[in-house]
Design a protein around this ligand. Structure first.
Ligand code: ATP
Ligand code: MG
Length: 344
């Protein structure tokens, strides 16, 4: 039986994850292990990621994560973000973010708007390297200047680019695009692009590469030009937030953090303190993260059924206020659940 460590976290994490767990339990037999983490946990135990939670995560095959609130700068000494700690601990090197509008059009802003916008099919998967680049935290400051080191390794590049091609083959995607700035960052992105050009020879799939600046423009102008994107950590961070705006934003953006022996699934959004407790958070991002969990454990047909149920709700405007509807978090969860039940 697959063991799932469920960490709801703070704020709307506590509201959306229970809806996702409902769907998980409906479609499979899982052993659920609940773990605590986040700001509330820090206040309770003096630790945002207690050893007990780490042990539970180690024991589990996969982790379903909600969201956590970070303490204000200076509020807590030596604060380490639980999600970053988990990514490091399990070496979750591939951050996978699908950007999909389910063929409904551009889900910008409220549902009422998107009928009037230029309808385009957006179905992009951004695969972002999760462990290297400027985010390794090697920053120095002296009187005259501040310096950040950008680390790109051959091994790190090979595993993320290899992951992207394997993902493309497994999911019948048409193309893999490498996004870089190798014309300026000749050494670091030069290495990344060289590895890409070597690996692409081993696959019978279209492969191309673009500069990150032109990609930032083309994601808005011609999103249909992209299929699978593979890129370094910071470019992936920025481009995936940009791309999620194409499909109506955070309430619809799931993600997976995948390593060689463990994977963590989470909505892209944070704990949204501004709407926490109001029961209006959109649970779709968390539920779509469960769809990715099913894909990961080899039950893609169940993942597809969840995506179909979300699409059904979008088309019928069974949505929360962020998408222009008037349903509560729980109502959307139940709509999705009922649709799934009607198909089983
Ligand atoms: P954190 O510090 O935990 O990241 P945040 O204030 O940055 O919290 P996010 O969760 O990143 O909040 O969300 C940014 C905005 O998007 C918030 O104003 C929130 O209301 C909205 N939002 C995010 N997720 C959802 C959701 N699932 N449903 C509805 N609105 C959401
Ligand atoms: Mg945030």
């Amino acid at each position: 039986m697959v063991k799932v460590c469920v960490i709801e976290g703070d704020g709307i994490g506590k509201e959306v994850v229970p809806e996702a767990v409902k769907i998980l339990n409906e479609l499979g037999d899982f052993e659920i292990i609940e773990g605590e983490a986040g700001l509330e946990c820090l206040k309770k135990y003096g630790n945002a990621l207690p050893e007990e939670t780490i042990e539970k995560a180690k024991e589990a095959d996969v982790i379903l994560f909600g969201a956590i609130t970070s303490p204000k700068p200076g509020e807590v000494k030596n604060y380490k973000s639980p999600i970053i700690t988990l990514r490091k601990l399990f070496d979750l090197y591939a951050n996978v973010r699908p950007i999909n509008n389910f063929g409904i059009g551009r889900l910008i802003g409220k549902i009422a708007d998107y009928e009037f916008l230029n309808i385009k099919n957006i179905d992009i998967v951004i695969i972002r390297e999760n462990t290297e680049d400027l985010y390794v935290g090697r920053e120095k400051l002296n009187d005259e200047m501040a310096i950040a080191e950008r680390v790109i390794t051959k091994k790190g590049s090979e595993r993320i680019i290899g992951f992207a091609f394997e993902y493309a083959v497994k999911n019948n995607r048409k193309k893999v695009s490498c996004i870089h700035k190798a014309n300026v960052l000749r050494v670091t992105d030069g290495l990344f692009l060289e590895v890409f050009n070597n690996i692409k020879k081993h696959y019978n799939i279209e492969a191309d590469d673009y500069l990150v600046d032109s990609t930032a423009m083309n994601l808005i102008k011609n999103p249909e030009k992209f299929d699978v994107i593979v890129t370094t950590n910071m470019f992936g961070d920025i481009l995936s937030d940009e791309a999620s705006a194409l499909i109506g934003g955070l309430g619809l953006s799931p993600s997976a953090n995948i390593g060689d022996s463990k994977a963590l699934f989470e909505p892209v959004h944070g704990s949204a303190p501004d709407i926490a407790g109001k029961k209006i958070a959109n649970p779709m991002a968390s539920i779509l993260s469960v769809a990715m969990l099913f894909d990961y454990i080899g039950e893609k047909e169940k993942g597809d059924l969840i995506r179909e149920a979300v699409k059904h709700c979008l088309i019928n405007k069974k949505v929360t206020p962020d998408l222009g509807g008037n349903l509560k978090t729980e109502d959307v969860g139940n709509e999705i659940l009922n649709y799934i039940r009607s198909k089983l």
